[in-house]
Design a protein around this ligand. Sequence first.
Ligand SMILES: C[S@@+](CC[C@H](N)C(=O)[O-])C[C@H]1O[C@@H](n2cnc3c(N)ncnc32)[C@H](O)[C@@H]1O
Length: 271
Amino acid sequence: MGTQGTKEFYDSEGWHKIETGNTVDGDLFGVKEDGPLRQAMFGRMWRRMRDYVAHEAGGHVLEVGCGGSPEARLLDHFGQYTGSDFSLTGLDVARDRFAAFTDCAEFVEADAVALPFADAQFDTVYSAHMLYHIEDPAAQARAMSEMMRVLRPGGSLILSIANPRPILFPVRAAIRIVAETPVLKTLARRIKGPSPIPYNPQKLRWYQAQCAALSDLQMISGGIASTKFNQSVTELSGVGKAIWTAFDRLDRHAPTAAARMGNYAVIMGRK
Ligand SMILES: C[S@@+](CC[C@H](N)C(=O)[O-])C[C@H]1O[C@@H](n2cnc3c(N)ncnc32)[C@H](O)[C@@H]1O
């Protein structure tokens, strides 16, 4: 099963609104600053994903771990949308957000590790920023194989994940190295206290290896440096802008290399 602590956090806090009008999740992970470079990279990432699933236009998409922020862009491309999450609070918020789309969208309570769907039921499976909140890597692997099981042959899997070794974000890379080293991890927890949400991103090559059975495997950058966790290099400062301009160029010509350097990556494959 997925991680109980994640479910408890998202049921009791994560999808609740706070004074800013945002949810706790939105405040932690939402966009904090929106410069032209971030917009350009984000737009490019979406175009690349849309091109990848072009032949599935009008089909049925499953989003795993949609929480209270189901991906509305999926509605532009697919004819039918199913959102799933194990947080009931998240699903309530999601239903409110998609209230105008009840004819083509539904929401289902589901643990990603044991999806309640038939084999080969969906044309595309999409999941963003969910896997690394499952603490146990073996359970992350099970969630990935569940997503592949419910895909029809020829269907596409799209996973948005965090990169634990982002060269562009040395502080974040160092934090991950500490978190993955048992003695240092215990020390850091003593100093900082336990994290409210399990956060255990595996290396990018680990995610790629789990997808080895898929064809046309691609990895592109999802490098958006604007959440509370990723503000050490901001495009709105002098040095940050220079770094992000270089990164933007790299992303245009070599998206896989950019994925390895940035804080987020997208893996796409076909069953
Ligand atoms: C950081 S939020 C991401 C929400 C949304 N996908 C987005 O990108 O904004 C993580 C979501 O994954 C869900 N989640 C984590 N582990 C899960 C699991 N094992 N089964 C189903 N949902 C899970 C949480 O409940 C939460 O709603």
